[in-house]
Write a protein that binds this ligand. Structure first.
Ligand SMILES: [Zn+2]
Ligand SMILES: [Zn+2]
Length: 184
């Protein structure tokens, strides 16, 4: 996912392409971890414009992944979509001492600016970061997923397993045992 600076004309450069997750090291790591399976190529659209020695890249990335629901443990497919706007700059301002350096670098980060060298911009980092950030922290097959029964492990989305009543009875039984022991 590389943009040649020479290809960015006055009117800007628009590009749309589908790329396999395999071109993105961080996404390969996710896939290898087994928690995520990419079921679609990444659909990437970018527009790049030159602006005062900087390059502003606006983009959109979409894909779909197979995840495991954190409640019911079923795997399910989820679309991921992220929009981004990143400014790439060739040089950071000159720095005079270490204190100032730290300050300026922080400012560049705050502005979402990245540094590039040479005649091309590699969007790999930016695109994979967007996909990783779009990933749900706690994947849910659906908002109202009921999860698994803590007693028998049944998928409660498929219907009640009947454990709930038994649990209540069980608790009373345990309480009775406790009382008996105490009087011993
Ligand atoms: Zn679920
Ligand atoms: Zn149950």
């Amino acid at each position: 996912m590389i943009i040649e600076l020479d290809d960015i004309k006055e009117s800007g450069l628009s590009r749309e392409l589908a790329e396999s997750f395999e071109h993105f090291p961080a996404l390969c790591e996710l896939q290898d971890s087994g928690d995520v399976a990419f079921v679609q190529p990444l659909d990437i659209q970018v527009t790049a414009r030159k602006f005062e020695g900087m390059v502003v890249v606006e983009g959109n990335v979409g894909t779909a992944v197979r995840l495991q629901c954190c409640r019911c443990l079923q795997s399910f497919e989820q679309p991921l979509e992220a929009a981004f706007c990143v400014t790439y700059t060739r040089h950071l301002p000159a720095m005079e001492d270490e204190d100032q350096e730290a300050e300026i670098e922080l400012q560049a980060e705050d502005l979402g600016m990245l540094v590039f060298e040479g005649d091309e911009i590699d969007l790999t980092e930016t695109v994979q970061e967007q996909v990783v950030m779009a990933m749900p922290f706690k994947p849910l097959c659906r908002e109202e997923c009921r999860g698994l029964c803590a007693q028998c492990g049944a998928d409660l989305n498929a219907g009640d397993c009947g454990c709930r009543d038994q649990v209540l009875n069980g608790k009373f039984a345990a309480l009775k045992d406790f009382k008996i022991k105490k009087t011993d």
